[in-house]
Ligand binder design. Structure first.
Ligand code: LMR
Length: 401
């Protein structure tokens, strides 16, 4: 018996460690609480239009309306989610010919995060000693997701923030030294946090190393269509998946359909044979059942309806191109402001990194109401036509010290 409380229960929850809130998600609340009208929120990765809002896409809104009218049941679908949705995403990710490959299985997941975690659990189940090589820097949630599943993470150099360039030679050296059967996490496009993507030639070299060394690519494809278009953004993923006998792709629709909070994604796995692929699928179903039982349907049903309806699909494509063009315009504006920001134009997607210290990032927050991640990562498309120059001026002034 506890002499102070008189309880017969030994402490359970008291044993837990303190936890810091997730820094990126905390940034949303911090920026929202700031009452300064001139504040600039370039923290979490959501698309913003010229008016600073994150509107629901026209095609999504219309699909949602049609769904509301036509949907007759919300009875369970099963742990694989909506197979038609996954079948429609498959050729968008892999292209028609690779998508027809019977050795690739896929199922719907709660966003890209759910896909990444499910894949990590599958890896741990298949090989408790598996290691995954992860380029640095990377999305801050990659490490915790992978380690939570019990997979060992091995860092490799990817990007030099001060020099503003990819460390491809160091990356290639690290991958060449990896052991056969090791996994390699790759950002399919729109690298988060740096915006710095591999060139076509570098992707070819990575595909070559993967094939030669017997490595297993694990591609995180969360921003397809927001860099250089749906096809171009999938080119690297297709190269490495084709080159490897086994591969995983964690895909997300949260950004390219703008359905963030609905949590819409898929995990695809390529196995060595169709028989093994069937076994992989059965294991994924079992793992999903123990984590979320079934993925949330609403967002996936919307995306399925958009992709299955020619006029909605065309409108979605047009809107995606508009989003992409807006990101490009903002990148060009920043690059034109000062030569020290010129590198931003050559990068892709929502993010870029500024060579700022955490103290400088904090000073920008306190003094100018600019909210970006402590790493210096900022969401390019969090800027508006009205504040992009003010943002660039504040950043350059801070760089000058
Ligand atoms: C981001 O990196 O800002 C987004 O992927 C949101 C998240 O979940 O961290």
């Amino acid at each position: 018996m506890d002499s102070i409380t008189g309880s017969t229960q030994p402490p359970l929850f008291d044993r837990l460690d303190e936890q810091k809130p997730d820094a990126l998600l905390q940034l949303i609340a911090l920026a929202e609480a700031d009452t300064r009208p001139e504040k600039i929120d370039v923290g979490v990765g959501v698309y913003r239009d010229a008016a600073g809002g994150t509107p629901i896409l026209r095609a999504v809104k219309e699909a949602e309306r049609r769904l509301w009218e036509a949907q007759e049941t919300k009875a369970y679908l099963g742990s694989q989610g909506d197979p038609r949705f996954t079948a429609l995403i498959r050729p968008i990710v892999f292209g028609e010919s690779l998508a027809a490959e019977g050795r690739i299985v896929g199922l719907q997941t709660p966003g890209g995060c759910g896909a990444l975690r499910l894949g990590a659990d599958l890896i741990a189940k298949a090989n408790p000693k598996a290691r995954i090589h992860v380029g640095q820097p990377t999305w801050p949630n990659h490490g915790p997701l992978i380690e939570c599943a019990g997979v060992e993470m091995v860092p490799y150099p990817y990007y030099d923030c001060d020099a503003r360039r990819i460390l491809f030679d160091q990356m290639a050296t690290a991958l060449n030294a990896a052991e056969a059967g090791d996994l390699v996490l790759l950002h399919g496009c729109c690298h988060n946090p740096t915006g710095a993507d591999l060139s076509a030639g570098e992707w070819r070299e990575v595909a070559d190393i993967v094939a030669r060394r017997g490595l297993i690519p694990y591609v995180d494809l969360a921003y397809q269509g927001l860099g250089n278009g749906l096809e171009a953004d999938a080119a690297g993923t297709r190269l490495v998946v084709e080159a490897a006998e086994q591969a995983l792709v964690a895909q997300s629709c949260d950004k390219n359909f703008g359905v963030y909070r609905e949590r819409v994604g898929n995990l695809f796995v390529k196995a060595r044979s169709s028989a093994t692929a069937d076994k992989v699928f059965a294991n994924l179903m079992q793992l999903a059942r123990t984590m979320w039982s079934m993925p949330p349907d609403h967002g996936a049903a919307i995306c399925r309806l958009v992709l299955d309806t020619p006029e909605l699909r065309a409108d979605w494509n047009a809107e995606l191109k508009e989003m992409c063009a807006r990101i490009r315009t903002l990148r060009a504006r920043l690059a034109a402001y000062d030569e020290r920001l010129a590198y931003i134009d050559g990068q892709n997607g929502m993010f870029s990194m500024l060579p700022l210290t955490p103290d400088q990032v904090l000073a920008l927050r306190k003094e100018k109401g600019i909210y970006m991640a402590g790493s210096g990562r900022f969401n390019v498309v969090g800027l508006s036509d009205d504040n992009v120059d003010r943002f660039a001026a504040a950043v350059v002034e801070t760089m000058d010290g």
